[in-house]
Design a protein around this ligand. Structure first.
Ligand code: NAD
Ligand code: WQD
Length: 348
């Protein structure tokens, strides 16, 4: 329990809003900075409804050093959780500079202002995508961060590099107040808060499996296209490590607590450590919704890999964190959110 103040960039978004809940419930104070480019302020109204506490909300851009300076002047920020970023892989291939500008540029401006104000603790939302296409399906943190296959993934790897270099520079300079950097590499976050009040609310037609399946289940989309059934996996369809968003944000709170004894830069996988295929996900949705999920098998999606899952043992050893929720929790919580809010945060 704590009354420390945390700056949550991107706090109105899917993962950031769930982080706000866990932080407020653990008695942290929360300042959210979000430009609402991919979210709605309604998510924070729901956070208030769930927790009975009000996060401070500043609508602004993480690339705006003046807004950041004002925040660090006004609030005694202990650490930053940096969720703000663009995340659509396909869009990043069409508009690469938008992604480098927003994700890398945003990280750069943020850390410069943080350093100016002597706030040198950051938890960064990285991704398993930074491992590229390694020759293994089980990813450990010792794999090289190399070969991300799209500008989004590269923007995460570049941001990691910036943060690693900052931490290394302080070691070189023997800085008495060195950077403490925690890179959290997420696998596939899904699910929603158990209240059904907040969840993932993608703009337009979803690109990712879970929001697509749940919109088919709720009748907004007609049928799912399964991208390939000829992979060398349990049933030929792609296998991923799905992690409940509440487990994921609990990993961030564990990371926050580990700042006390650490220095430099540490990277952790946040995943469940096991994978499910697309057909297994469809079957789980059918169980929980009592509906058939119409689907068709189509060609593989360019850039997809067959299978991956996390080795999450380092996070267990060093952060005392592991996932607690199973696939049924992930699917039933997704369904509660989707069925209660068929149009997301739009007035239904
Ligand atoms: P999201 O789009 O729901 O949330 C990101 C939030 O950041 C949004 O509210 C958006 O408005 C805000 N934002 C974007 N650019 C900004 C800027 N320049 N200034 C201020 N606010 C800005 O996405 P999410 O799923 O919650 O992801 C959060 C973070 O986790 C992202 O950095 C994402 O890349 C990373 N991540 C997500 C996944 C995933 O599958 N959801 C996986 C790995 C990593
Ligand atoms: C999962 C599986 C698809 C949609 C992406 C990003 C990654 C990370 C998480 C941020 C695959 C299959 C999907 C559909 C399908 N994000 N699928 N039909 O590709 O593992 O990861 O989100 O960092 O960077 O790349 O997730 O949900 O898109 O796909 O058959 O309509 O579902 O082929 O096997 P992915 P996903």
């Amino acid at each position: 329990m704590s009354d420390k103040c945390i700056l949550v960039t991107g706090g109105a978004g899917y993962i950031g809003s769930h982080a706000c809940i866990e932080l407020l419930q653990a008695n942290y104070r929360v300042v959210v900075l979000d430009n609402l480019s991919n979210s709605k302020a309604e998510s924070l109204a729901r956070v208030e409804k769930i927790t009975g506490k009000v996060p401070v909300f500043i609508q602004g851009d993480v690339r705006d050093s003046q807004v950041l300076s004002d925040i660090f002047t006004q609030y005694d920020i202990y650490a930053v959780m940096h969720f703000a970023g663009l995340k659509a892989v396909g869009e990043s291939c069409l508009l690469p500079t938008k992604y480098y500008q927003n994700n890398v540029g945003g990280t750069l401006v943020l850390v410069e202002v943080m350093a100016k104000f002597g706030v040198k603790k950051i938890i960064f939302s990285s991704s398993a995508t930074v491992y590229g296409e390694p020759d293994t399906v089980k990813y450990t943190e010792t794999l090289p961060v190399y070969g991300a296959t799209n500008p989004y993934g590269k923007s995460k790897a570049m941001s990691e590099d910036i943060l690693k270099d900052l931490a290394a520079a302080d070691v070189l300079a023997n800085d008495k107040m060195p950077w403490k950097v925690i890179l959290l590499r997420y696998f596939n976050p899904i699910g929603a808060h158990i209240s059904g009040l907040i969840g993932e609310d993608p703009n337009g037609t979803p690109n990712n499996l879970i929001p697509y399946v749940s919109q088919v289940a709720v009748g907004k989309l007609e049928r799912l296209s399964v991208f390939g059934d000829d992979y060398p996996t349990i049933d030929g369809t792609g296998v991923r490590d799905y992690i409940h968003v509440v487990d994921l944000v609990k990993g961030h709170l564990a990371a926050l607590q580990s700042f006390e004894g650490m220095s430099g830069c540490k990277a952790y996988n946040l995943g469940a450590g096991k994978g499910y295929s697309v057909l297994q996900i469809i079957a789980a949705f059918e169980r929980h919704t009592d509906n058939k999920i119409p689907y068709q098998i189509v060609a593989r999606r360019i850039g997809d890999i067959a299978e991956n899952y996390a080795d999450p043992s380092l996070a267990l050893r060093e952060l005392n964190w592991q996932t607690e929720k199973n696939l049924d929790d992930m699917v039933s919580d997704t369904w509660r959110w989707q069925s209660q809010n068929p149009n997301g945060y739009e007035v239904n």
